[in-house]
Design a protein around this ligand. Structure first.
Ligand SMILES: Cc1cc2nc3c(=O)[nH]c(=O)nc-3n(C[C@H](O)[C@H](O)[C@H](O)COP(=O)(O)O)c2cc1C
Length: 216
């Protein structure tokens, strides 16, 4: 039996069948050990990476629905749920908008790995915030965190994206695509999240632990 042992911030996480208890290691035992709920949750968070190369197939709508349900169960100010989400898995939309983008950014499209402007993903969730509520951007961020983490737990990769949204909000030829998303009056596109099945396994990006301190 294979033991997958991950060391995360001093935590020994047994992510698959096997054992990494010190007693079992000493005795050479291979007793099966089910990881605890917190081990599973923490490992899911610590192993998530932004994915920028995807397999071609879109994420199934049932799976996307689960991801969306996790999103809308995020904490949010006064339970106002001050977000709107539009999911696009229609290649006509993604490729059509990408053609507009390529005309304005030919150097990006010259990259041989470039497939579309959403980091090559087949499914994109567009997230809009309520411009009348000062906490709405926080709500939308937490919604997205739930979405990317639940997706990762199901083998679905993702990448939060700001750049394509800047383009969509400023380029006149992209305007029909923005309009097609049909956000309600008072809502404005904030960011999007690319989703798909990963076709790469990127290394972890370093984090600066100095930014986080306890205050006595
Ligand atoms: C608000 C926001 C905007 C982002 N915009 C982009 C983007 O336009 N293009 C991109 O490739 N990645 C984008 N990212 C992904 C970040 O680059 C990525 O999360 C960061 O480098 C850390 O890497 P990790 O997610 O693999 O831990 C964005 C992430 C966030 C949260």
């Amino acid at each position: 039996m294979k033991t997958v042992k991950t060391l995360v911030g001093g935590l020994c996480l047994c992510a698959a069948v096997g054992s990494c208890t010190p007693a079992a290691q000493q005795s050479g035992q291979t007793a099966q050990e089910t990881p605890s709920k917190s081990e599973v949750v923490i490992e899911n968070m610590m192993t998530r990476r932004s994915i920028r190369q995807y397999k071609p197939q879109a994420v199934g709508r049932d799976t996307m629905q689960t991801i969306l349900n996790c999103g809308i169960h995020a904490p949010n100010g006064q339970n106002k749920q001050s977000w709107e989400v539009r999911v696009v898995d229609n290649p006509e939309f993604i490729d059509g908008l990408t053609e507009v983008f390529k005309k304005k950014n030919p150097q990006m499209a010259a990259d041989p790995s470039f497939k579309n402007m959403f980091r090559n993903a087949p499914t994109v969730a567009f997230i809009a915030h309520d411009t009348s509520y000062d906490m709405s951007q926080i709500d939308c961020g937490l919604l997205g965190a739930n979405m990317v983490l639940s997706a990762w737990s199901m083998g679905v990769g993702s990448c939060c994206l700001g750049s394509p949204v800047r383009f969509m909000k400023t380029d006149k030829d992209a305007a029909p695509y923005l309009a097609k998303l049909g956000f309600s009056q008072g809502y404005e596109l904030l960011y999007c999240i690319a989703f798909g099945y990963p076709a790469e396994t990127p290394a972890a990006k370093p984090r600066n632990a100095e930014k986080v301190k306890f205050v006595d």
